[in-house]
Write a protein that binds this ligand. Structure first.
Ligand SMILES: Cc1cc2nc3c(=O)[nH]c(=O)nc-3n(C[C@H](O)[C@H](O)[C@H](O)COP(=O)(O)OP(=O)(O)OC[C@H]3O[C@@H](n4cnc5c(N)ncnc54)[C@H](O)[C@@H]3O)c2cc1C
Length: 440
């Protein structure tokens, strides 16, 4: 049993970078990081870790909120170099290596005039994102990323390759669409349906932040039921300077005039500070959204799915929480519109259970100085507690170790079936990490 691939150990000058996650608040020191260049590298490293009883984690884009793809005194199996793209235009599908990022997937496809719906930040791993669901600015029309998945190839605990699709290993295929793939093995390829794209219309509106309650109240009553070609979000953010910003953005698969008509309720709800509505190429839209992405930072994040509109009382509480949030650090809520074609799939049809939610709220705080950590973590947890009184569960992609009933929050009624699939495909619980699915 031996490891193949690019091995980075503690004495290697590359070790610090190779062991650093996107969330800089979490620092872990693995025994080695193995950069895999082929399926054989994955199989050999996995077999070695299992035979030597060394803890291991599968890693790609390093964006897990809690650094759950890294492990102290263990082996990180990094698949980020397995990132090829094959586009099959005849059959309208594309196959990607299990280590592709959202950004590379987008650019490889958009060059040929296609897309698969995904998130906004280019460095996020596509296997991790898809297997949590995959929420983004095309979701209300094209569905979640996982709704466009046709097949995965995964290396299991025996080092064998399993192909899962609608017809073969369908139970596993069900589970990896919302149930986080690392519970079952290492994904080495993903095949998706691709959709032709050309131009889209986008908008960005800003308001004085004092209108937060009115804007959000209007947004939540119109966006879940708007034309499915439109996906929108609202961001309410406090900068480390203390400035508070309120904005809404959206992407529409249609013309500018039509978009302007659809978002009229938002344009009228309060005096705007700026309005930008334009028709641009899909590629330009991808660049526009990705320009808002931050680099690695120290943060605490969590989420909440909202199934019924929030009352003004809760909105006032959210406003008060943000205004009084810890100083010298950043906090925000991002309200991400769903429903539309996301809810055309039933909650038990894939492992992504939150099909009937109206929107997802991301709650995040970020700080520079260690002394600001505790206040920000407490702030994030307090807001989560508030939203737990009205929301139902959270997104698997926003890993939060402070959630005690994570099984219910991430997976709801799908958890018992996920445990069955786990038992079938990983009976010895080899793929075992905090908040991993428990076999029966
Ligand atoms: C800045 C930022 C922006 C984000 N934006 C979005 C967004 O727009 N939409 C959205 O839906 N989500 C978003 N997310 C959440 C993101 O989708 C999840 O955190 C996702 O799991 C990250 O995958 P990764 O490969 O980047 O991270 P990693 O930390 O490398 O992996 C995350 C998890 O996926 C597993 N994993 C990764 N690759 C594989 C593989 N090939 N086989 C098996 N398991 C694997 C890991 O073991 C780990 O459990 C965002 C997160 C951040 C931090």
């Amino acid at each position: 049993m031996y490891i193949t691939g690019g091995v980075v150990s503690k004495d290697n000058p590359l070790y610090l970078e190779a062991s650093t996650d996107f969330n800089l608040a979490i620092k872990k020191f693995p025994f080695i990081i193995v950069f895999c260049f082929s399926e054989d590298d994955v199989i050999n490293t996995l077999k070695y870790a299992i035979s030597e009883d060394i803890p291991f984690r599968v890693r790609n884009g390093r964006h897990d909120y809690e650094g759950n793809s890294n492990v102290n005194k263990g082996i990180v199996i990094d698949v980020s170099n397995i990132n090829y793209t094959f586009i099959d235009e005849v059959n309208n599908k594309a196959k990607f290596g299990g280590g592709i990022t959202t950004g590379k997937m987008y650019s490889d496809l958009v060059n040929k005039g296609y897309t698969v719906p995904s998130g906004t930040c280019p460095d996020v791993g596509f296997a991790g994102l898809t297997s949590c669901g995959g929420v983004g600015f095309a979701a209300r029309l094209l569905g979640l990323s996982c709704d466009n998945l046709l097949e995965i190839e995964l290396i299991n605990y025996k080092g064998e390759k399993i192909v899962a699709n609608e017809y073969s290993n369908d139970n596993l295929f069900w589970a990896v669409r919302g149930g986080l793939a690392s519970n079952f093995g290492v994904v080495v390829s993903l095949t998706y349906k691709i959709t032709p794209v050309c131009n889209v219309s986008t908008y960005v509106i800003t308001w004085n932040p004092k209108y937060f309650v009115d804007v959000l109240d209007t947004w939540q009553s119109f966006t879940p039921y708007a034309d499915v070609r439109l996906t929108t979000s609202v961001e309410y953010k406090k900068e480390s300077s203390g400035d508070i910003l309120l904005s809404s953005s959206g992407q529409f698969f249609g013309g500018k005039e039509e978009l302007e008509r659809i978002i009229e309720p938002l344009l009228k709800v309060a005096p705007t500070e700026s309005v930008e509505i334009e028709t641009i190429s899909y590629e330009e839209a991808l660049e526009k959204w990705s320009s808002d992405c931050t680099g690695p930072e120290k943060f605490k994040g969590t989420g909440s799915f909202i199934y019924t509109p929030l009352s003004k009382r809760i909105l006032n509480c959210l406003e008060a929480e943000l205004i009084s949030a810890p100083k010298n650090s950043t906090q925000f809520y991002e309200f991400i519109g769903l429903n539309g074609n996301v809810s055309k799939v039933k909650p038990n049809e894939t492992a992504f259970v939150h099909r009937n939610s109206l929107y997802l709220i991301e709650i995040k705080s970020a700080w520079d100085l260690e002394m600001d950590r505790e206040d920000n973590v407490n702030w994030t947890n307090n807001v989560k507690d508030l939203l737990d009184s009205v929301g139902i569960g959270t997104y698997r992609g926003f890993t939060d170790f402070d959630i005690i009933d994570w099984q219910r929050q991430y997976y709801g009624d799908n958890y018992p079936r996920l445990r069955e699939v786990k038992t079938q495909y990983d009976p010895l619980n080899i793929f075992n990490f905090p908040q991993s699915i428990e076999p029966l």
